[in-house]
Design a protein around this ligand. Structure first.
Ligand code: ZN
Length: 501
């Protein structure tokens, strides 16, 4: 008996020694960290993109096909909750802050805690949180922040600023430019380049004073190489909200303008020479905007744009496979998008979506021109056919029913009304039908989506969980079910960093 105990003890000792060795030989810490956030992206958005791509690539297929995106092929997948301090359907400010600092805060504020105020909970400007990029910087890493929307928008801001209100765009940008956190800031422009009163010092001047070199042409951004100093890269083609173009429009215009992938590649080239590596956050910000507008084509193409940007990180990781971590997720879902619609039952036709040519933003311009020229309804229907494939001719898969034509006609008439005459009509019903968007554009988007078997339940964010995809150093940490605040702790662990007490 004693002999057996001795053997057992010896075996136990051996086990503990070997596990100590295993701990020492633990996977290398992540020296190069990529964090991609598809704003408004959950399973419906990625799955629709995969089915659409699969359908495009296998046009002859009689059965459903899906094509993997760069990140859906990653070896690790997890799932996270997105609720914030007070909301099941949170905004990008609180969700990005949860992931950048590990704290659950109020919708609308960035990396700032909250307290009980007279009218309920309010942001507590005295209580700010340390950002993962600040830890990375202390560890000698360089920091890149890239987005397809304006540089001062909530998601990028959460990686370099602290603000009780996300709408303090000028103050947020000033923090990013004057603190030493960000080395590469690239994407859209600034929403308030000279402040909300247009009387403050120009942000580009502040950038220059703080060591940034500005690159703002396609050629200049494409030529960015290894950089000693700090880089401010702004796409010359800015559209709605100082953002880069929707990918569907960029491609419709020939694809010559900068893509999110090119912006990401420029950031990699600028930072990769750093001895201690880098942390780079890349946001696909317009998946969310398209989701708000219930524009399924724009959603899908902006998921592709994000997947292409991830492709750049994957190519980089092939050079440093042991030291690179890539994590891809969203911040919340937008639009309540789903595959399956009451009127189409079990039928989904992803191929119908190929008929959409531009985003709702580009089509809004067409509608404005039609309205200005007092175009006839025939002209309007011709424009809709050009852009969405929807037709009054019978016998096509996209033939419009009398009821659908009536909806388009009512939307066009309503949209033509001067805003003061719309007021009497504007109410919950109009909100349901048009969500504050151009009535004709959003109605055409709805009809095409519904014919394809896609539907949206909201013009806002929703509370469904999100998938998290990971590959590389520390990727295994991202499997399982967890809270979005754990993205921060998992990334810190992967980088071998510990948070201040
Ligand atoms: Zn949103």
């Amino acid at each position: 008996m004693r002999k057996i105990t001795a053997i057992l003890l010896a075996a136990l000792m051996l086990l503990s020694i070997s596990s100590a060795f295993a701990a020492e030989a633990a996977p290398q810490t992540a020296k190069y960290v990529f964090f991609f956030i598809g704003d408004g992206m959950s399973n419906a958005q990625t799955t629709a993109a995969q089915y659409f791509l699969g359908t495009q690539e296998n046009a002859e297929s009689k059965t459903p096909v899906q094509a993997p995106l760069s990140f859906t092929a990653f070896p690790v997948a997890g799932q996270m909750f997105t609720y914030d301090a007070t909301s099941f359907a949170p905004d990008s400010a609180s969700t990005a802050s949860a992931m950048s600092t590990g704290n659950r805060i109020l919708s609308g504020s960035i990396n700032v805690g909250y307290k009980q105020g007279e009218k309920g909970l309010e942001p507590d400007a005295q209580n700010t949180y340390k950002i993962i990029t600040e830890y990375a910087k202390e560890a000698g890493m360089k920091v890149g922040v890239v987005t397809s929307v304006s540089l001062d928008h909530a998601t990028p801001a959460a990686y370099y600023a602290k603000a009780p209100k996300r709408s303090a765009y000028y103050d947020i940008a000033v923090q990013g430019l004057t603190s030493d956190v960000v080395d590469f800031l690239g994407g859209g422009g600034f929403l308030q380049p000279t402040g909300s009163d247009k009387a403050q010092k120009d942000l580009l001047e502040i950038a220059k004073e703080n060591g940034f070199t500005l690159y703002n042409t396609n050629e200049a951004v494409r030529a960015i190489g290894a950089e000693e100093g700090r880089v401010l890269a702004i796409s010359p083609e800015l559209r709605d909200g100082q953002a880069m173009e929707y990918e569907i429009d960029r491609l419709a215009e020939g694809g010559g303008n900068l893509s999110l992938a090119e912006m990401t590649a420029a950031g990699i080239r600028a930072l990769e020479g750093n001895e201690k590596g880098f942390f780079m956050m890349v946001e696909g910000g317009k998946i969310d905007w398209a989701g708000h507008a219930n524009d399924v084509g724009a959603v899908i193409y902006d998921v592709f744009a994000l997947a292409d940007a991830v492709e750049e990180a994957v190519a980089f990781a092939q050079k440093h496979p042991e030291e690179t971590l890539i994590v891809v997720t969203g911040d919340h879902e937008t639009g309540g998008m789903t595959i399956g619609y009451a009127a189409t039952g079990y039928d989904v036709h992803m191929d119908y979506l190929q008929n959409q040519k531009t985003s709702y933003v580009a089509f809004d311009k067409v509608v404005d021109q039609l309205a200005e020229s007092k175009a006839t309804f025939d002209d309007v229907m011709a424009a809709i056919q050009d852009n969405y494939g929807l037709t009054r001719e019978e016998g096509s898969k996209l033939s419009l029913s009398a009821q659908e034509i009536a909806r388009l006609s009512a939307a066009y008439t309503f949209g033509m009304l001067p805003s003061d005459q719309r007021k009497g009509v504007t109410g919950p019903e109009e909100q349901m039908h048009y969500g504050g968007y151009n009535p004709l554009s959003v109605t055409a988007s709805h009809i095409l989506a519904n014919k394809a078997g896609i539907d949206f339940s909201s013009y806002s964010h929703t509370g469904v969980s999100l998938p998290v995809y990971a590959q590389g150093a520390g990727a295994e940490l991202f499997g399982g079910n967890y809270e979005n605040t754990e993205i921060f702790t998992k990334m810190m662990e992967a980088m071998g960093l510990s948070a201040d007490k």
